[in-house]
Design a binder for this molecule. Structure first.
Ligand code: UDP
Ligand code: MG
Length: 319
Protein backbone atom coordinates (compact mmCIF):
# COMPACT_ATOMS: atom_id res chain seq x y z
CA UNK A 1 0.00 0.00 0.00
CA UNK A 2 1.41 3.35 -1.00
CA UNK A 3 0.86 6.56 0.91
CA UNK A 4 -1.58 8.95 -0.72
CA UNK A 5 -1.31 12.68 0.12
CA UNK A 6 -3.81 14.11 2.59
CA UNK A 7 -5.68 15.99 -0.12
CA UNK A 8 -4.95 14.12 -3.32
CA UNK A 9 -5.50 15.56 -6.78
CA UNK A 10 -7.64 13.35 -8.97
CA UNK A 11 -7.54 12.85 -12.72
CA UNK A 12 -10.41 11.30 -14.62
CA UNK A 13 -9.34 9.69 -17.91
CA UNK A 14 -12.23 9.21 -20.31
CA UNK A 15 -11.65 7.90 -23.85
CA UNK A 16 -14.34 8.82 -26.33
CA UNK A 17 -14.87 7.72 -29.89
CA UNK A 18 -17.80 9.15 -31.84
CA UNK A 19 -19.72 10.07 -28.70
CA UNK A 20 -20.84 13.56 -29.78
CA UNK A 21 -24.37 13.16 -28.44
CA UNK A 22 -23.17 11.66 -25.19
CA UNK A 23 -20.22 13.55 -23.69
CA UNK A 24 -22.25 16.49 -22.34
CA UNK A 25 -24.48 14.16 -20.33
CA UNK A 26 -21.58 12.03 -19.16
CA UNK A 27 -19.74 15.14 -18.01
CA UNK A 28 -22.79 16.55 -16.24
CA UNK A 29 -23.39 13.28 -14.42
CA UNK A 30 -19.80 12.98 -13.28
CA UNK A 31 -19.88 16.60 -12.05
CA UNK A 32 -22.94 15.85 -9.93
CA UNK A 33 -21.32 12.73 -8.49
CA UNK A 34 -18.12 14.51 -7.44
CA UNK A 35 -19.67 17.87 -6.49
CA UNK A 36 -19.34 17.52 -2.74
CA UNK A 37 -15.85 16.02 -2.74
CA UNK A 38 -13.08 18.25 -1.37
CA UNK A 39 -10.52 17.24 -3.99
CA UNK A 40 -9.00 18.91 -7.06
CA UNK A 41 -10.33 17.19 -10.15
CA UNK A 42 -9.09 17.26 -13.71
CA UNK A 43 -10.83 15.64 -16.65
CA UNK A 44 -8.76 14.17 -19.46
CA UNK A 45 -11.08 13.46 -22.36
CA UNK A 46 -9.17 11.49 -24.97
CA UNK A 47 -10.72 11.80 -28.40
CA UNK A 48 -9.77 8.60 -30.18
CA UNK A 49 -9.91 9.95 -33.74
CA UNK A 50 -13.67 10.55 -33.80
CA UNK A 51 -15.21 11.29 -37.16
CA UNK A 52 -18.25 13.10 -35.74
CA UNK A 53 -18.49 16.29 -33.63
CA UNK A 54 -17.07 14.77 -30.45
CA UNK A 55 -14.20 17.28 -30.26
CA UNK A 56 -16.57 20.21 -30.75
CA UNK A 57 -18.84 18.81 -28.02
CA UNK A 58 -15.87 18.50 -25.70
CA UNK A 59 -14.73 22.03 -26.49
CA UNK A 60 -18.16 23.34 -25.65
CA UNK A 61 -18.00 21.93 -22.11
CA UNK A 62 -17.92 24.99 -19.88
CA UNK A 63 -15.54 23.68 -17.27
CA UNK A 64 -11.94 24.84 -16.73
CA UNK A 65 -11.02 21.43 -15.31
CA UNK A 66 -11.45 19.81 -18.72
CA UNK A 67 -8.43 18.91 -20.84
CA UNK A 68 -8.88 17.48 -24.30
CA UNK A 69 -6.37 15.14 -25.85
CA UNK A 70 -7.13 14.45 -29.48
CA UNK A 71 -5.39 11.47 -31.05
CA UNK A 72 -4.44 11.72 -34.72
CA UNK A 73 -6.60 8.75 -35.69
CA UNK A 74 -8.56 5.92 -34.13
CA UNK A 75 -5.99 3.93 -32.15
CA UNK A 76 -8.48 1.95 -30.09
CA UNK A 77 -9.79 2.11 -26.55
CA UNK A 78 -6.69 0.67 -24.86
CA UNK A 79 -4.36 3.10 -26.63
CA UNK A 80 -6.66 6.02 -25.77
CA UNK A 81 -6.65 4.99 -22.10
CA UNK A 82 -2.87 4.79 -22.23
CA UNK A 83 -2.60 8.27 -23.75
CA UNK A 84 -4.79 9.67 -20.97
CA UNK A 85 -2.85 7.92 -18.21
CA UNK A 86 0.46 9.09 -19.69
CA UNK A 87 -0.76 12.69 -19.66
CA UNK A 88 -2.23 12.49 -16.17
CA UNK A 89 -0.38 13.96 -13.22
CA UNK A 90 -2.81 13.48 -10.36
CA UNK A 91 -2.19 11.39 -7.26
CA UNK A 92 -5.15 9.21 -8.17
CA UNK A 93 -6.24 8.37 -11.70
CA UNK A 94 -9.69 7.06 -12.51
CA UNK A 95 -10.38 5.61 -15.96
CA UNK A 96 -13.93 5.21 -17.20
CA UNK A 97 -15.98 4.99 -20.39
CA UNK A 98 -17.57 8.08 -21.83
CA UNK A 99 -20.91 6.48 -22.66
CA UNK A 100 -22.47 6.55 -19.18
CA UNK A 101 -22.24 2.80 -18.65
CA UNK A 102 -19.82 3.18 -15.76
CA UNK A 103 -21.79 4.67 -12.86
CA UNK A 104 -20.06 7.89 -11.71
CA UNK A 105 -21.78 7.50 -8.33
CA UNK A 106 -19.10 4.94 -7.52
CA UNK A 107 -16.28 7.48 -7.86
CA UNK A 108 -16.35 8.80 -4.24
CA UNK A 109 -16.17 5.25 -2.86
CA UNK A 110 -13.33 4.36 -5.21
CA UNK A 111 -11.35 7.42 -4.14
CA UNK A 112 -11.90 6.52 -0.49
CA UNK A 113 -10.45 3.08 -1.07
CA UNK A 114 -7.32 4.48 -2.74
CA UNK A 115 -6.84 6.96 0.10
CA UNK A 116 -7.15 4.01 2.49
CA UNK A 117 -4.14 2.50 0.75
CA UNK A 118 -5.36 0.35 -2.13
CA UNK A 119 -3.37 0.87 -5.32
CA UNK A 120 -5.96 -0.55 -7.68
CA UNK A 121 -9.71 -0.31 -7.22
CA UNK A 122 -10.97 -2.55 -10.00
CA UNK A 123 -14.64 -2.73 -10.86
CA UNK A 124 -16.26 -5.93 -12.03
CA UNK A 125 -19.36 -6.04 -14.19
CA UNK A 126 -22.11 -8.22 -12.79
CA UNK A 127 -24.77 -8.93 -15.36
CA UNK A 128 -28.36 -9.45 -14.47
CA UNK A 129 -29.47 -13.00 -15.22
CA UNK A 130 -30.98 -11.98 -18.52
CA UNK A 131 -31.10 -13.85 -21.80
CA UNK A 132 -27.73 -15.10 -23.00
CA UNK A 133 -26.35 -12.87 -25.72
CA UNK A 134 -23.52 -13.42 -28.17
CA UNK A 135 -21.38 -10.84 -26.38
CA UNK A 136 -21.95 -12.50 -22.99
CA UNK A 137 -21.17 -15.93 -24.36
CA UNK A 138 -17.97 -14.91 -26.16
CA UNK A 139 -16.82 -12.89 -23.16
CA UNK A 140 -17.36 -15.89 -20.82
CA UNK A 141 -15.43 -18.11 -23.21
CA UNK A 142 -12.63 -15.56 -23.49
CA UNK A 143 -12.09 -15.29 -19.73
CA UNK A 144 -12.07 -19.07 -19.31
CA UNK A 145 -9.51 -19.44 -22.10
CA UNK A 146 -7.18 -16.64 -20.99
CA UNK A 147 -7.20 -17.87 -17.39
CA UNK A 148 -6.48 -21.43 -18.52
CA UNK A 149 -3.46 -20.56 -20.65
CA UNK A 150 -1.96 -17.49 -19.02
CA UNK A 151 0.00 -17.13 -15.81
CA UNK A 152 -1.71 -13.80 -15.08
CA UNK A 153 -5.22 -14.08 -13.73
CA UNK A 154 -7.72 -11.85 -15.44
CA UNK A 155 -10.89 -11.16 -13.48
CA UNK A 156 -13.97 -12.22 -15.47
CA UNK A 157 -16.09 -9.18 -16.29
CA UNK A 158 -13.34 -6.75 -15.28
CA UNK A 159 -14.06 -3.35 -16.77
CA UNK A 160 -11.71 -0.55 -17.74
CA UNK A 161 -13.38 1.39 -14.93
CA UNK A 162 -10.84 1.61 -12.15
CA UNK A 163 -9.06 3.91 -9.78
CA UNK A 164 -5.28 3.74 -9.64
CA UNK A 165 -2.77 5.21 -7.23
CA UNK A 166 0.10 7.19 -8.76
CA UNK A 167 2.33 4.21 -8.02
CA UNK A 168 0.12 1.87 -10.04
CA UNK A 169 -0.08 4.36 -12.92
CA UNK A 170 3.71 4.68 -12.97
CA UNK A 171 3.99 0.90 -13.00
CA UNK A 172 1.70 0.71 -16.03
CA UNK A 173 3.71 3.47 -17.70
CA UNK A 174 6.83 1.36 -17.19
CA UNK A 175 5.30 -1.29 -19.48
CA UNK A 176 5.94 0.15 -22.94
CA UNK A 177 4.48 -2.78 -24.87
CA UNK A 178 2.64 -1.96 -28.05
CA UNK A 179 -0.20 -4.48 -27.82
CA UNK A 180 -1.92 -3.45 -24.65
CA UNK A 181 -4.52 -5.36 -22.66
CA UNK A 182 -4.92 -3.18 -19.59
CA UNK A 183 -7.08 -5.64 -17.65
CA UNK A 184 -4.22 -8.14 -17.78
CA UNK A 185 -1.55 -5.51 -17.19
CA UNK A 186 -3.31 -4.21 -14.08
CA UNK A 187 -3.40 -7.71 -12.71
CA UNK A 188 0.24 -8.33 -13.73
CA UNK A 189 1.63 -5.32 -11.81
CA UNK A 190 0.42 -6.69 -8.48
CA UNK A 191 0.22 -4.19 -5.59
CA UNK A 192 -2.87 -4.15 -3.42
CA UNK A 193 -6.07 -4.53 -5.37
CA UNK A 194 -9.72 -4.50 -4.34
CA UNK A 195 -12.65 -5.49 -6.49
CA UNK A 196 -15.93 -3.61 -6.59
CA UNK A 197 -18.89 -5.16 -8.39
CA UNK A 198 -21.23 -2.91 -10.35
CA UNK A 199 -24.23 -3.21 -12.63
CA UNK A 200 -23.57 -1.57 -15.99
CA UNK A 201 -26.10 1.08 -16.96
CA UNK A 202 -27.56 1.41 -20.42
CA UNK A 203 -25.58 3.48 -22.88
CA UNK A 204 -26.78 7.12 -22.82
CA UNK A 205 -27.17 6.95 -26.59
CA UNK A 206 -25.37 5.73 -29.68
CA UNK A 207 -24.14 2.22 -30.24
CA UNK A 208 -21.23 0.20 -28.88
CA UNK A 209 -17.96 1.21 -30.53
CA UNK A 210 -16.56 -2.24 -29.88
CA UNK A 211 -17.28 -3.93 -33.16
CA UNK A 212 -16.75 -7.67 -33.41
CA UNK A 213 -13.37 -7.13 -35.09
CA UNK A 214 -12.25 -4.78 -32.30
CA UNK A 215 -13.30 -7.32 -29.67
CA UNK A 216 -11.48 -10.05 -31.55
CA UNK A 217 -8.32 -7.96 -31.76
CA UNK A 218 -8.47 -7.23 -28.02
CA UNK A 219 -8.83 -10.95 -27.29
CA UNK A 220 -5.82 -11.67 -29.55
CA UNK A 221 -3.76 -8.99 -27.79
CA UNK A 222 -4.68 -10.55 -24.45
CA UNK A 223 -3.87 -14.11 -25.50
CA UNK A 224 -0.63 -13.41 -27.32
CA UNK A 225 0.67 -10.83 -24.82
CA UNK A 226 -0.04 -12.86 -21.74
CA UNK A 227 0.54 -16.43 -22.84
CA UNK A 228 3.25 -18.33 -24.68
CA UNK A 229 0.97 -21.36 -24.87
CA UNK A 230 0.25 -21.01 -28.61
CA UNK A 231 4.01 -21.24 -29.26
CA UNK A 232 4.26 -24.50 -27.36
CA UNK A 233 1.60 -26.17 -29.49
CA UNK A 234 4.27 -27.33 -31.99
CA UNK A 235 6.27 -28.96 -29.24
CA UNK A 236 3.30 -30.86 -27.84
CA UNK A 237 2.09 -31.92 -31.30
CA UNK A 238 5.59 -33.18 -32.12
CA UNK A 239 5.70 -35.15 -28.90
CA UNK A 240 2.31 -36.63 -29.73
CA UNK A 241 3.39 -37.69 -33.23
CA UNK A 242 6.56 -39.30 -31.88
CA UNK A 243 4.43 -41.23 -29.37
CA UNK A 244 2.25 -42.39 -32.26
CA UNK A 245 5.37 -43.52 -34.17
CA UNK A 246 6.37 -45.55 -31.13
CA UNK A 247 2.89 -47.06 -30.86
CA UNK A 248 2.99 -47.96 -34.54
CA UNK A 249 6.37 -49.61 -34.07
CA UNK A 250 5.00 -51.73 -31.23
CA UNK A 251 1.94 -52.57 -33.31
CA UNK A 252 4.04 -53.71 -36.31
CA UNK A 253 6.43 -55.60 -34.06
CA UNK A 254 3.47 -57.51 -32.60
CA UNK A 255 2.80 -58.90 -36.10
CA UNK A 256 6.40 -60.00 -36.42
CA UNK A 257 6.47 -61.61 -32.98
CA UNK A 258 3.27 -63.56 -33.61
CA UNK A 259 4.38 -64.51 -37.14
CA UNK A 260 1.42 -62.78 -38.84
CA UNK A 261 3.45 -60.51 -41.10
CA UNK A 262 1.43 -61.68 -44.09
CA UNK A 263 -1.54 -59.79 -42.58
CA UNK A 264 0.30 -56.48 -42.95
CA UNK A 265 -0.42 -54.50 -46.09
CA UNK A 266 2.87 -54.27 -48.01
CA UNK A 267 4.64 -50.93 -47.48
CA UNK A 268 2.15 -49.69 -44.87
CA UNK A 269 4.40 -50.04 -41.82
CA UNK A 270 7.44 -48.36 -43.28
CA UNK A 271 5.37 -45.56 -44.83
CA UNK A 272 3.47 -44.85 -41.62
CA UNK A 273 6.68 -44.95 -39.65
CA UNK A 274 8.41 -42.45 -41.90
CA UNK A 275 5.40 -40.12 -41.88
CA UNK A 276 5.09 -40.17 -38.09
CA UNK A 277 8.81 -39.87 -37.37
CA UNK A 278 9.43 -37.09 -39.90
CA UNK A 279 6.26 -35.24 -38.88
CA UNK A 280 7.15 -35.63 -35.21
CA UNK A 281 10.71 -34.40 -35.60
CA UNK A 282 9.60 -31.42 -37.70
CA UNK A 283 7.01 -30.47 -35.13
CA UNK A 284 9.45 -30.79 -32.24
CA UNK A 285 11.95 -28.58 -34.06
CA UNK A 286 9.19 -26.09 -34.79
CA UNK A 287 8.31 -26.22 -31.11
CA UNK A 288 11.92 -25.40 -30.18
CA UNK A 289 11.83 -22.43 -32.52
CA UNK A 290 8.54 -21.48 -30.88
CA UNK A 291 10.18 -21.50 -27.47
CA UNK A 292 13.02 -19.27 -28.71
CA UNK A 293 10.54 -16.92 -30.35
CA UNK A 294 8.66 -16.85 -27.06
CA UNK A 295 11.77 -15.83 -25.16
CA UNK A 296 12.62 -13.19 -27.78
CA UNK A 297 9.04 -11.94 -27.56
CA UNK A 298 9.27 -11.54 -23.82
CA UNK A 299 12.54 -9.66 -24.19
CA UNK A 300 11.35 -7.25 -26.86
CA UNK A 301 8.26 -6.40 -24.84
CA UNK A 302 10.58 -4.57 -22.45
CA UNK A 303 8.40 -5.17 -19.46
CA UNK A 304 10.21 -4.35 -16.25
CA UNK A 305 11.73 -7.38 -14.55
CA UNK A 306 10.28 -6.26 -11.23
CA UNK A 307 8.34 -3.41 -9.70
CA UNK A 308 9.18 -1.94 -6.33
CA UNK A 309 6.31 -1.31 -3.96
CA UNK A 310 8.14 0.54 -1.25
CA UNK A 311 11.77 1.42 -0.65
CA UNK A 312 12.41 2.65 2.84
CA UNK A 313 15.46 3.85 4.64
CA UNK A 314 15.87 2.48 8.07
CA UNK A 315 15.86 5.70 10.06
CA UNK A 316 16.91 4.00 13.28
CA UNK A 317 19.73 2.09 11.70
CA UNK A 318 23.38 3.04 11.34
CA UNK A 319 24.09 6.32 9.62
N1 UDP B 1 -13.76 3.80 -27.45
C1 UDP B 1 -12.58 4.41 -27.91
N2 UDP B 1 -12.00 3.94 -29.04
C2 UDP B 1 -12.50 2.86 -29.74
C3 UDP B 1 -13.67 2.22 -29.24
C4 UDP B 1 -14.27 2.73 -28.10
O1 UDP B 1 -12.10 5.38 -27.32
O2 UDP B 1 -11.91 2.49 -30.76
C5 UDP B 1 -14.41 4.35 -26.24
C6 UDP B 1 -15.90 4.61 -26.36
O3 UDP B 1 -16.16 5.91 -26.83
C7 UDP B 1 -16.39 4.41 -24.94
C8 UDP B 1 -15.43 3.35 -24.38
O4 UDP B 1 -14.28 3.38 -25.23
O5 UDP B 1 -16.24 5.58 -24.16
C9 UDP B 1 -16.04 1.96 -24.37
O6 UDP B 1 -16.53 1.63 -25.64
P1 UDP B 1 -17.98 1.04 -25.90
O7 UDP B 1 -18.98 1.66 -24.98
O8 UDP B 1 -18.27 1.16 -27.34
O9 UDP B 1 -17.75 -0.49 -25.52
P2 UDP B 1 -18.77 -1.50 -24.77
O10 UDP B 1 -19.28 -0.76 -23.56
O11 UDP B 1 -19.82 -1.80 -25.76
O12 UDP B 1 -17.91 -2.68 -24.42
MG1 MG C 1 -20.07 1.04 -23.44
Amino acid sequence: MSPVPHKPSIDLVIPVYNEAGVVEQTHARICVAIESLPYDFRFYYVDDGSTDNTVASLESLDDPRVKILALSRNFGHQAALTAGMDASQGDIVITMDGDGQHPPEMIPGMIDLVTQGYDVVQTQRVEEAGPASFKKWTSGLFYRLINAISGTRVLPGAADFRALSRQAVDALKAMPEYHRFLRGMVSWIGFSIIILPYKPAERISGISKYSFSKMFRLAMDAIFSFSLMPLYIGLSMGGLLLCLALAEMVYVLSFWVTGRTSNLAPGWSSLMFVILIVGGILMVLLGFIGVYVGYIFQEVKRRPVYLIKKAEENKHGRT
